[in-house]
Design a protein around this ligand. Structure first.
Ligand code: S3P
Length: 451
């Protein structure tokens, strides 16, 4: 249950070269899915490398509340004794998903086709986020939902006693919506079909297949058509969670903008539905290479090596790539501030409904630190000042958003004056070791405002 503690003001100052190895934590998306699918399998799933951030810990607590036995064996090693598809018990209390949109939306899907009722809530950020995008398709299965105005949490879902399978085209590119529908489809008879016009991260599809479900994906003129056969018996799995490319983005981007840096970020998941940032950075002229490329637990993995890149150029980011880097735009906008020329980001309306309005949060913080930004409903443009030319010196608001908080800390590492943050506590939701890890590389992050 994140976001309820005291704020932690932080600041980040210009530093010498960042060097060494950055062992970032496990992938957040795969960690949530490991716990949820483990809880829906029959028998014991073993997980290593689980992200032990607040978001995932909230999902672990939720899976216990629905009746599965979830055990922390220490050091990222966990086990889940699943109750089987359709085996969820009715939780006694309210399910608090903290800051996590992924947690709440996937769990709503997983319980929506069982004859149980559950009430969900979250922190001030999550309780502002739209849930109709999930409850609309869940209603087609026969589930009912009762939430606050505008489809906001807290919200009660009454699961369908006699679910019917669904054919659903997602109205926005969202892996959370797709996954909620697929998880609901698990306990519906027959075939549930999800169609997405733009491909989003496909961890659910890969993992459902790994757990033994019959699931196919076909690229058609309509888009990507995913067909799941309902009511399988899911087999427990042994899962080694790859490290999170969205967390790797922070040390990688820091290395590109801090003079003299050379950082290795090993074992990063490079699923093509997630790796758009790295392609974009290379187009901007980043010195970024993949070493030791291989496959682990059904996901492509490599070691990333990022070196200081003095000649970064602003580019027009291909909007077709937006879904594959949707969580990375905040830190990309920081790199863009140190590039020559404008970086244009279009087709990114979804950024306005993340843990915060990420366009607004980054645009106002960048402007306060001397960087010109233009923005509209689904686009923004960062006018780069070039290497060594970002003034810095302002206090930024994190808006209960981990990625906003970390992005401003990266900004401070190469700005003339330190950059401060009102609250770094949200960083714990996805990257609890961010501060010690970045300091070990050479960053100058301190708690409290800059003098
Ligand atoms: C996620 C999907 C994305 C992403 C989020 C994780 C997932 O959200 O922003 O951090 O694990 O399915 P949307 O589905 O809202 O795009």
């Amino acid at each position: 249950m994140s976001g309820h503690g005291n704020p932690i003001p932080m600041s980040s100052a210009k530093c010498g070269p960042l060097t060494g190895t950055a062992d970032v934590p496990g992938d957040k998306s795969i960690s949530h899915r490991s716990l949820i699918l483990g809880a829906m399998a029959v028998g014991e799933t073993r997980i290593t490398g689980l992200l032990e951030g607040d978001d995932v810990l909230d999902t672990a607590r939720a899976m216990r509340a629905f009746g599965s036995e979830v055990t922390d064996h220490g050091g990222g090693s966990w086990s889940v004794h699943g109750v089987g598809v359709g085996g969820f018990a009715e939780p006694e209390g309210v399910i608090d998903c903290g800051n996590s949109g992924t947690g709440v939306r996937l769990i709503m899907g997983a319980m929506a086709t069982s004859p149980i009722t559950a009430t969900f809530t979250g922190d001030a950020s999550l309780n502002k986020r739209p849930m109709a995008r999930v409850t609309d398709p869940l209603a087609l299965f026969g589930a009912q939902s009762y939430g606050r105005a505008g489809g906001r949490l807290p919200m009660t879902i009454v699961g369908a006693a006699d679910p019917v399978p669904v054919r659903y085209t997602t109205p926005m590119p969202s892996a959370q919506v797709k996954s909620a529908v697929l998880l609901a489809g698990l306990n519906a008879p027959g075939q549930t079909v999800v169609i997405e016009r733009e491909a989003t991260r496909d961890h659910s599809e890969r993992m459902l297949a790994g757990f033994g479900a019959t699931i196919t994906t076909e690229d058609t003129d309509e888009g990507r058509v995913i067909t799941l056969t309902g009511q399988p018996e899911l087999r427990p799995q042994t899962i080694d969670v790859p490290r999170d490319p969205s967390s790797a983005a922070f040390p990688v981007c820091a290395a590109l903008i801090v003079p003299g840096s050379d950082v290795l970020v090993p074992n990063i998941g490079l699923n093509p539905t997630r790796a758009g940032l790295f392609t974009t950075l290379r187009e901007m002229g980043a010195d970024l290479s993949y070493e030791n490329a291989r496959e682990e637990s059904g996901e492509p993995v490599a070691d990333l090596r990022a070196r200081f890149s003095p000649d970064l150029k602003g580019i027009e980011v291909d909007p077709a790539r937006a879904a594959s880097m949707i969580d990375e735009y905040p830190v990309l906008s920081v790199v863009a501030a140190f590039a020559e020329g404008a970086t244009v980001m279009r087709g990114v309306a979804e950024l306005r409904v993340k843990e915060s309005d990420r366009i607004e949060a980054m645009a106002s913080g960048l402007r306060a630190n001397g960087v010109e930004v233009e923005d509209g409903p689904d686009w923004w443009i960062v006018h780069g000042r070039g290497h060594g030319a970002v003034p810095g010196g302002a206090i930024c608001a994190s808006h209960l958003d981990h990625r906003i908080a970390m992005s401003f800390m990266i900004l401070g590492m190469a700005s003339d004056k330190p950059v401060s943050l009102d609250d770094g506590a949200p960083i714990g939701t996805s990257f609890p070791i961010f501060e010690p890890l970045m300091k070990r590389l050479g960053a100058r992050i301190t708690r409290g405002d800059a003098d």
